[in-house]
Design a protein around this ligand. Sequence first.
Ligand code: SF4
Ligand code: SF4
Length: 373
Amino acid sequence: MENSKVYFTDFRTVLEQSQGVKLQKLCRKAGIGDIDFEGKFVAIKMHFGELGNFSYIRPNYVKAVADLIKELGGKPFLTDCNTLYPGSRKNAVDHLYNAEVNGFNSVTTGCYVIIADGLKGTDEATVEVPNGEYCKEAYIGRALYDADVIISLSHFKGHEMTGFGGAIKNIGMGGGSRAGKMIQHNDGKPIVNPDLCRSCKLCARECGSDAISYETGKAVINQDLCKGCGRCIGACAFDAISNQSGTALESLCCKMAEYTAAICNGKPCFHITLIMDVSPNCDCHGENDAPILPNIGMLASFDPVALDQACADLCQKAEPIRNSQLGDNLAKEGWHHHHDHFLDSNPNIKWKETLEHGEKIGLGTREYELIKL
Ligand code: SF4
Ligand code: SF4
């Protein structure tokens, strides 16, 4: 496979040139205009941010993308699927309210929000996974299946299970219906190391499945109730919760890449990622800890693997922010330095697997040319 082109611009600007105009220029340079949008339904797949989380992509950037798509003849709508775990986006009613509260509506973005997998996360389509090794078929939100074109607009940040969240996570995990998310997560049920557990009970507060109890005084995860969402791992400040085996996280990462391939298969897809407000954990959290890295820039590509690889590489080159989860870890006495910002922020993750498997199944290539505007 040849190198893919990834286009990049930083957040510097000149007088009277808004970030939105910069983003539109980036998309044009990256070739978005080559897609035939005329009269097409265009899904802008994004994440509306859990209530309480402030680090999701601002609606202003979304409007810039939606306006550009309309200018090119398309009919854009904003979309995401419901979450697997209870929270503020677990059904379409709560999800739409969440989107509205976080500023996504027809006035601010110029288009409507449609929850891709319907009221209860069951409005799905079953599609083939091209070259799938872990999944032969994928369960995806119906609106994503019905869309003629998919634009991924993702917020690049750290993640407690997959190391980072970017284009592949946005499409693959975010585009799965509830059943699709279960299948991607179901090998990833964590356990508690009682020697490290300090019985602070923060993990149970984070768990929406009532899977954590304290009969022994220490946290215990009921494996039958656990949905493998990983929120408790991020909640534990003492590294007491981890995945049961090294292969579980690996399979989650690989399945995400396979779901992305399934969702993008056979239709035009274009990927945009903003590396800003790089919180240590997912936007699914009802809070966002301080960024671990400075704002870096905006990127766009037709290749989600190349795009995520380029984002990861730019992040690795950035200086960690001292007053952050990453900075705290690096400053700990005796800390085992991984010389990898994602691993040093969230130890035990396996972020490279997503990209390696994405390349293996033909989703894209990790070899890229970074074209700076
Ligand atoms: S968050 Fe960690 S330390 Fe606190 S109860 Fe849960 S496992 Fe134990
Ligand atoms: S992974 Fe943790 S937070 Fe998620 S359902 Fe299981 S026990 Fe609860």
